[in-house]
Ligand binder design. Structure first.
Ligand code: SF4
Length: 249
C-alpha cells in the first residue's frame, strides 16, 4: 500500500551514521544494569529501544508466530523484521512470512545465504544438514545474519528463558560482542502460554505448525514434532548434540 511504499522509499535511517561500537557497548551495559529487576516489563524495555535506536533496530523473526514483531510494532512503526530465508523452510513458515508482510505495519527483510541450496550441494555434497548441521547453520543462518546486522545498532530476539536450559538466564538487554550491537530480549520472562495468550488476545498470526506439535520451528529437515511435556526445543536437530543454531550462543 501507499504507506508501505513511502516508508520503503525513505529508509535513510540505515544510511545514517551508526554509533561506534564503544558507544553501543556502553549503552548496552547501562541498560542491562537498569533493567536487571524482577519488576522490569516488556513495554518499559521496548520504549527505551524505540527512543534510543528507533529504526536502527532489527527484529529477528523465525515466523513460528508474529508475536515478537507485533509487540515491537506497538513501539516502532515499520521496524525491519529479518527473516532468515535458508531455503529449507516448511511451506507453512513461508506462508506465515507472506501473511505477516501483507497484514502488519513492518518491513520484512529476507536474509539470504551467499549460496543457494543447489550451490551449497555442489560444493559440500547434498544434505549437509544430515552430516554437519553446525556448518550448514553457519553458512545459511549465522553468516547471513551477521552480515545483515552490521547495518543496525540493535537487534531484538524472541528468546525466552522457558525455552530450555541453554536459555534459562537470558537477560533483557545485553552487549552482543560477536555482532557488535545491542541485543534485546523483550520476551525473556514470557512463557509459551503467554505467547499464545498474546496471539489470541491481539489476533496475531501463528504458524499453523505450532498447534500441530511444533512449539519451536526451524528448517524442515532439522525440526520434528515434540511430545507433550517434552522440552520445546527437543525437536530441533534431533539425533545431534546440538540445540542451538549459533545465533544466540
Ligand atoms: Fe541447515 Fe538445518 Fe541449520 Fe537449516 S537448521 S541451516 S537446514 S542445519
Amino acid at each position: 500500500d501507499a504507506e508501505r511504499a513511502s516508508h520503503l522509499a525513505d529508509r535513510e535511517h540505515l544510511l545514517a551514521p551508526r554509533r561506534s561500537n564503544a558507544e553501543l557497548e556502553a549503552l548496552a551495559h547501562e541498560a542491562e544494569a537498569r533493567f536487571d529487576s524482577p519488576d522490569t516489563t516488556t513495554s518499559e524495555v521496548l520504549a527505551w529501544v524505540a527512543e534510543t535506536f528507533g529504526l536502527r533496530t532489527a527484529v529477528a523473526c523465525s515466523m513460528a508466530d508474529a508475536v515478537l514483531p507485533a509487540v515491537v510494532a506497538e513501539h516502532i512503526d515499520w521496524v525491519d523484521t529479518l527473516f532468515l530465508d535458508t531455503g529449507y523452510h516448511f511451506a507453512e513458515t513461508l506462508g506465515t512470512r507472506d501473511a505477516v508482510e501483507s497484514s502488519m505495519r513492518l518491513t520484512i527483510v529476507d536474509v539470504l545465504p551467499l549460496q543457494t541450496v543447489a550451490e551449497q550441494d555442489a560444493e559440500h555434497g547434498a544434505e549437509l544438514h544430515r552430516r554437519d548441521p553446525a556448518q550448514c547453520c553457519a553458512m545459511r543462518k549465522v553468516e547471513p545474519l551477521t552480515r545483515t546486522l552490521a547495518g543496525y545498532e540493535a537487534w531484538i530476539t524472541g528468546v525466552r528463558r522457558d525455552e530450555g536450559p541453554t536459555r534459562a538466564t537470558t537477560p533483557w538487554v545485553t552487549w552482543d560482542d560477536k555482532n557488535g550491537l545491542v541485543k534485546i530480549n523483550p520476551l525473556a520472562t514470557w512463557t509459551f502460554d503467554d505467547v499464545l495468550d498474546y496471539a489470541r488476545d491481539h489476533d496475531v498470526i501463528i504458524n499453523p505448525l505450532v498447534n500441530d506439535g511444533y512449539p519451536s520451528i526451524g528448517c524442515a529437515p532439522c525440526t520434528r514434532r515434540v511430545a507433550p511435556g517434552e522440552d520445546p526445543r527437543a525437536g530441533r536437530w534431533a539425533g545431534f548434540d546440538k540445540t542451538e543454531c549459533g545465533l544466540h550462543t
